[in-house]
Design a protein around this ligand. Sequence first.
Ligand SMILES: [Zn+2]
Length: 237
Amino acid sequence: MTKMLFPISLMLLMLAGAAACSSADPKPATDEQMPADFVVLADVVPDIIQEIRYHSSFNFVGTRVDGYEAPVALATRPAAEALKKVSDELKAKGYRLKIYDTYRPQRAVNHFIRWAEAVSDTLMKPYFYPELDKSVLFDQGYICARSGHSRGSTIDLTLFDMSTGQEVDMGGNFDYFGRLSHPDYEGVTPEQMANRMLLREAMLRHGFNPLAEEWWHFTLKDEPYPDTYFDFPIRAY
Ligand SMILES: [Zn+2]
């Protein structure tokens, strides 16, 4: 019996996916405990604002996602320490980092896959994928069998402007499925593009790589677990 995690048809669709899908041969880690070199992100970067969307029902699934037992960002220590430098730099310019997601257990990714297969469940379509038919989410790379987030060094975030008390205008919202989310999307205003680049350039200066499809998503270049997809649940450790 081979380890067939998903139906063949689904796997073939995933192979055709966009670059956002991780293609590495994964080493799953099934330990229920947080590894010693993971940290509670706010312990290392106390200035962050946390809005952990998959712990809430305001996400594309429309319910709390499996494995999100507490609204807490966890990450590898090297990713957290790099993010501290980003936070310090941008705080001096009047911003705080608002975190949507960091470490994501494999069981949460599996929940996304079950949701994507249930094509009649379109509860959150008006907010997150108004332009897309749900049936294309796999072959266009929006939903993958594995996520880099499960390796613990990937962060979804935006900027919060301390002078206005609001998120900065990025010309598109977190987890919007469409071209609008590409960092270089030409349809945004110059101010929105400047905001995207302010976040992006700070992240790149401190060791993160961007993603071509999502302005909010960054992965530590020298991530400590490039091949390991963790599944321990997110708790208030
Ligand atoms: Zn992400």
